[in-house]
Write a protein that binds this ligand. Sequence first.
Ligand code: 13P
Length: 288
Amino acid sequence: MLVSAQEMLQKAKAGKYAVGQFNINNLEWTKAILSTAQELKSPVILGVSEGAGKYMTGYKTVVGMVKGMMEEMNITVPVALHLDHGGYEGCLKCVEAGFSSIMFDGSHYPIEENIAKTTELVKICKEKGLSLEAEVGSIGGEEDGVVGAGEVADPQECKSIADLGITMLAAGIGNIHGKYPENWKGLSFETLDEIQKLTGDMPLVLHGGTGIPEDMIKKAISLGVAKINVNTECQLSFADATRKYIEAGKDQQGKGFDPRKLLAPGTEAIKATVKEKMELFGSVGKAE
Ligand code: 13P
């Protein structure tokens, strides 16, 4: 059964660890993430961007696949199915399709409009029992066509949004999606500290988990981050393992072209990346 992310994130915030959100693209991704979470007894959040939702033919397909897989694989750890960087319409669609959690990314709107739209969604999510993530200060880089400039959020605006009754808050603190450039200035821990002081128990979300050095991840968790999003890193691991398989000519040996063989090294590589992150975030064993 899918659950809202509320309980797992409140526990994570109180216990000073973070739950990973790993974005999914297809069956292999989903299977790899669910099996690793179960093996490590870790709660997990499956992230679906609007683009990935379209790729998988729509949100209903995603809900059907995830629910079916959890039942067939006997997944007992808490799993939230979460819309990543949703627009207002996308959020409504995911509520209807049966997601257990949504993110409304209103960071590109003026703050008043972000507040107004987030308020509407708080009401809907409360009624239906979904968790809701809101965002202040856009995350840099590009993800599925959503481009952010990498702002550092205004802590007072964060407080205004946190007070609306959302479940978790994503705040830009210099983090960006995708690989970090050589001249990246690092995370703004001063801003994070200020945000956490103003928002209290609110679980904070760190986007752009790919490529953030381990010590920064640990420091962010110590300052109230309870959810960390990882997408690109699984894509890179998958692509790397798949390339190695093909470059070694394995697809041309025997039945090596069979997709169940061809996609296996990539799937195993995603598992290894997810395991590494769950260990780093401290969520291993927290679902026991
Ligand atoms: P990365 O692709 O940089 O890991 O970011 C993922 C993310 O923040 C999804 O919202």
